[in-house]
Ligand binder design. Sequence first.
Ligand SMILES: *Cc1c(COP(=O)(O)O)cnc(C)c1O
Length: 394
Amino acid sequence: MIYADNAATTKMSDTAIRTMYSLMNECWGNPSSLYTHGQKAKEILEEAREDIAAVIGANPREIYFTSGGSEADNQAILTAAAIGKKKGKRHIVSSAFEHHAVLHTLEKLKKEDFEITLVDVHENGLIRPEEVEAAIREDTCLVTIMYANNEIGTIQPIPEIGAVCRKKNVLFHVDAVQAVGHIPVHVNLDCIDLLSASGHKFHGPKGVGFLYARKGIPLTNLIEGGAQERGKRAGTENVPGIAAMAAALKEANRSMSEDAARQTRMRDMLIEGLSQIPHSALNGDVKHRLPGNVSFCFEGIEGESLLLLLDDKGICASSGSACTSGSLDPSHVLLAIGRVHDVAHGSLRLSIGADITEEEVCYIIRSVKEVVAYLRGFSPIWRDLMSGKKEFIL
Ligand SMILES: *Cc1c(COP(=O)(O)O)cnc(C)c1O
């Protein structure tokens, strides 16, 4: 099996598995308990907090553990909204290709009389800082923009957008779920006030993530209960999961530049190979993209059939985000960069890991070429395109 869906989830690293296993065996106490067995768990928890904080340039007291990226996104946005509401500021700036954890939270706020401005993501999948600046108003309480897009892999000019927010004195939240552990992220250099990350996107366990909240930002609770996480996130901490996440992040951070260089080489081979398919197009900017992301549209085919046939060939890929698969609507991300419905339906996302081999890359290219040609062979849309009844877009 070739796993090329790392944007959906990653395999836990051996270090993360070992950390989790040993803690489940040996350190299963409640970190809120006062006896030594509990306090040992508390120490592990605080060590994880320090390790994670160090990777993103934060203070450990600014890290709050959550159940994952979605919870962190929800809490960050609802926090900024609550702060804004108190000051009579009910306007939020975001983009149309954010993750649904962000977009659906913004939809909810709309029903509470918040106004949302979505800045353009342009054809190359990049947001322009000057357009963010132009969208900020007197009553703007939050700018929320993702670091790297989960479908097309484009990396946003976060330091520049952060500088704009700082200048305008507006809170800046970044969904950095696809970035943390893969590319350098630094909350101070990037002027980030709130940041979301998730363990299972960097070879840690699922169901655990963290929210960074700059010192002085009063977090809104999503979950009421005990005083865990300095009273901001109730519930007994998932100590083995959190420690495994920290171990995975430390490891990913250590080998980041080496992994990224290798992935970039493999990614570019894939892009070059797939570009040879007629009437195809890369989604998102060639340069400003995640080292592991390849996203294409092929005219005249259905992404779903492509995925099923690739699965038969032992290749795990995706047509966009895991969240949209199963629904017939084309990806909101591809529509946001201006792909029309027909074209957006024929999409393929390959998100490769650092361990992919050159042979595997060649096998993927060969397989995609074969499957696309095969599917086009009996596609009515392709027939119309070939007979001139319909015009090619790509
Ligand atoms: C995966 C993902 C999330 C959700 O994270 P979970 O830990 O699965 O809740 C949020 N944002 C982005 C960009 C993602 O890729």
